[in-house]
Design a protein around this ligand. Structure first.
Ligand code: 4AD
Ligand code: MG
Length: 429
């Protein structure tokens, strides 16, 4: 059996392929069957007389998504989808598909998402999933090649990492409550003290009550963490990382981006250095644009869009008011009102894709923060140990995979960036 993506090696040969019917049309003595096999699309041309009569007629019974096996000779054909064509000599049904619910006509998004298990077969969704796959590999290659060790944190945790308002909780035997992790960061910090540079990469959970196009309740996050890094090192790493991901997809996924009709000119510009502005400067931009914004507030989606629209590549906003940031962030020694934090905002209105910071490495200050945030100190004793035994400056960040996929693919909503999205109003299929 041969796959469509490998057809260039089989020109002139007779081969057998297996897959599903994507589309068909016929005119008298000739039938065109578009086969998809997950690796590509192939026009199979059945000429009456080139295959047994009953097989020629069998083709008429095939409907959209019928699975079948087809044999024929591979021809180069510039005008055909994928650049090759199959001269059919034999055809067999594998399994029928009666009344496939998703037809080429327009369906509403709710209908499509109810049929997500089938919707992922469509050309556009396949292109997105392939880009997601390439991004995941680029992420791993990037860190693996730079001396970071993959470090897997637990998913069931005894405490919150990113605030208590978005925790999913579950009963945990006799030990009381356990929570689905919001971030692997605290564990990554322990990992960095053991291995120097680590990254976590896995699913994270937030009981987000907001119904926005940028929020999922289950999403994937990659979180590098490095000992002896300060905020500047962290920003250097973040911009090199984003440039690498975007340029890799541009190099390897041109066809997928074409299917998505993505304007790649904006992606081409994602090259270092990225602009770096302070929160104060970002606030000034908002004010210049007539936004009535008070220092100390967090940016909303609309604010982020205004700020990022001033730049042609991702912008790094640093030094946010510590009040609105997580307990573990180190305060700026030059101005304790702000935290050594950075958010990276993607262009074209895609908003925050990275959140990171230098961590508080002083035991007393960290204890104070835990008290201020009214966090249960006993669950953080292990984390405090990292400051008791050879504490060092360290920093890291988290990149949301779906937000990155969504931005690079030019999607309207995060729900298309993951195989089976989980949102406040949906946990099926
Ligand atoms: O900014 P966040 O909350 O940062 C952290 O979790 C830190 N512990 C990361 C670190 O320093 N190691 O989340 C990081 C990123 C966001 O920038 C965003 O891309 C993504 O995670 N994210 C979400 N993506 C989809 N749905 C949600 N509900 C998300 N919440 C955050
Ligand atoms: Mg954030």
């Amino acid at each position: 059996m041969v796959y469509i993506k490998d057809l260039s090696k089989h020109v002139g040969e007779e081969v057998t392929l297996k897959g599903w019917l994507y589309n068909k049309r016929s005119s008298g003595k000739i039938k065109f069957l578009i086969l998809r096999d997950g690796t590509g699309y192939l026009q199979c041309v059945a000429f009456k007389g080139n295959l047994p009569e009953e097989k020629f007629e069998l083709a008429d019974t095939f409907s959209q998504e019928t699975s079948f096996e087809v044999t024929g000779k591979v021809k180069e054909e510039k005008r055909a989808v994928g650049g090759y064509e199959l001269d059919v000599t034999d055809l067999d049904l594998i399994s029928a598909a009666e009344n496939y619910p998703i037809t080429p006509k327009e369906h509403g998004v709710e209908f499509l998402i109810d049929h997500r298990h089938l919707w992922i077969r469509s050309q556009r969704q396949v292109a997105i999933l392939k880009i997601r796959h390439r991004i995941v590999k680029a992420i791993r290659d990037f860190f693996d090649d730079r001396g970071f060790t993959l470090f897997d944190p637990p998913i069931l945790t005894p405490n919150a990492c990113e605030g208590t308002s978005t925790l999913f909780e579950t009963e945990y035997f006799d030990l009381g409550k356990a929570y689905l992790t919001q971030s692997g960061q605290l564990y990554a910090e322990a990992g960095a003290m053991a291995l120097g540079k680590v990254y976590t990469f896995g699913p994270t959970f937030r009981a987000e009550k907001s119904k926005t196009r940028r929020h999922l309740t289950e999403f994937w996050m990659v979180e590098p963490e490095a000992a002896f890094f300060d905020l500047n090192d962290d920003m250097d790493l973040a911009e090199e990382f984003l440039e690498y991901i975007v340029q890799t997809v541009l190099k390897d996924n041109q066809e997928d981006l074409k299917i998505l009709e993505r304007d790649t000119s904006t992606l081409e510009k994602v090259k270092r250095p990225f602009p770096r502005i302070s929160y104060d400067e970002a606030v000034a931009i908002l004010k210049e644009n007539g936004v009535d914004f008070e220092w100390g507030n967090d940016f909303g989606g609309g604010d982020e869009t205004i700020i990022s629209s001033k730049f042609d590549r991702p912008v790094m906003v640093h030094r946010y008011p510590s009040e609105i940031k997580a307990f573990y962030m180190k305060r700026d020694p030059d101005n304790p009102k702000v935290a050594l934090a950075v958010d990276v905002l993607a262009p074209e209105g895609y908003g925050e894709i990275i959140g990171g910071s230098q961590r508080e490495d002083n035991l007393d200050l960290l204890l104070q923060r835990i008290k201020e945030h009214e966090l249960p100190q006993e669950f953080f004793e292990w984390y405090l140990d990292l400051r008791r035994y050879g504490s060092v400056p360290h920093a890291g960040f988290g990149l949301g995979l779906e937000r990155t996929v969504s931005w690079i693919c030019g999607l309207e909503h995060l729900r298309e960036a993951i195989p089976f999205p989980r949102m406040i109003y949906r946990n099926t299929p």
